[in-house]
Design a protein around this ligand. Structure first.
Ligand SMILES: C[S@@+](CC[C@H](N)C(=O)[O-])C[C@H]1O[C@@H](n2cnc3c(N)ncnc32)[C@H](O)[C@@H]1O
Length: 274
């Protein structure tokens, strides 16, 4: 489980240091998420859980007349995002929980996007109802989230390499796989008043390492980001060298043509404010 509070601590710190590699890991998903035909035109957009700000940068650059706000609870990630978007006068940022952020009067949103930033809410129906209340009628919501753990071979491979026991957390507890069940997500969005909820499955290759030192790069990436990082941190020190050897072996088995890639599976979810 990773709830919102962890993002203001070590998890957010690690993502703020590794943002180039986390962006790269999502690369194949990002274009599909920002498909112009799906998001349409807009005047005011919000990126929920914007992290290091890649979506804000891309939307603000492509739509110079629109205002794009990135929202996050991690000050460290927002510092990266602000620096990255400093050349874009139409990009804004706010350090705030998505369940509490308020659009200014007369500035209702017409687009909400999120790349894997909506699965950590303590009260998902409450958060999505609040976000809908910040929108103009007809606003578009489009976000990505992981599908089931079993469909995400990267997660199973890490668990196997590190001999991790099955997670004891409830399947719908806040965390990377909290939105894996399509019916649950449809129920949350419906309860929050969103309509026309649609799901597109997207299978993509998560890039963990690239170039000459791809295997070592992927090894260092997984030691900092995701479930392996936490498992290694919590492991007794004397077990770590053997665990790292097994991890390196698993990564080497996914090394092809100067890249380490692992299969990942996401939903792209679209909905509309009535
Ligand atoms: C998996 S990261 C994704 C970051 C970014 N969207 C990206 O694609 O690189 C999840 C993000 O959601 C943010 N987050 C988690 N809970 C949040 C909340 N309640 N309100 C706003 N942001 C939140 C985290 O701080 C983190 O930046």
């Amino acid at each position: 489980m990773t709830d919102s509070s962890e993002w203001t601590g070590p998890v957010g710190t690690a993502w703020a240091r590794e943002w180039r590699r986390t962006d790269r890991s999502f690369g194949a998903l990002t274009d599909r998420l920002l498909d112009p035909a799906a998001i349409g035109g807009f005047a005011r957009a919000l990126d929920i859980g914007c992290g290091a700000g890649e979506l804000v940068e891309r939307l603000a650059a492509a739509h110079p007349r629109a205002r794009v706000t990135g929202l996050d609870i991690s000050a460290e990630l927002l510092a990266v995002a602000r620096a990255r978007c400093a050349h874009l006068p139409n990009a804004r940022f706010a350090e705030c929980d998505a369940a509490q952020w308020q659009a200014a009067s007369g500035e209702a949103l017409d687009l909400l996007v999120s790349r894997h930033g909506v699965m950590f809410f303590a009260d998902p129906p409450g958060a999505f109802a609040h976000l809908r209340a910040q929108c103009a009628p007809g606003a578009t919501l489009r976000f990505s989230c992981f599908r089931a753990r079993a469909d995400n071979a990267w997660a199973g491979a890490l668990d196997a390499a590190l001999a991790l026991p099955p997670s004891a957390a409830a399947p719908d507890a806040p965390g990377p796989f909290a939105f894996a069940e399509r019916d649950r997500v449809a129920g949350i969005l419906g309860a929050a008043g969103w309509t026309e909820v649609a799901f597109e499955p997207l299978d993509y290759a998560m890039i963990a390492g690239e170039g000459e030192g791809a295997v070592e790069e992927a090894l260092s990436y997984f030691q900092r980001i995701g479930p392996a990082a936490r498992a290694l941190r919590e492991m007794p020190a004397d077990g770590r060298p053997a665990a790292l050897d097994r991890l390196r072996g698993m990564i080497a088995a996914h090394h092809r043509a100067s890249q380490v890639t692992m299969p990942a599976a996401a939903w792209i979810v679209t909905a509309r404010a009535p």
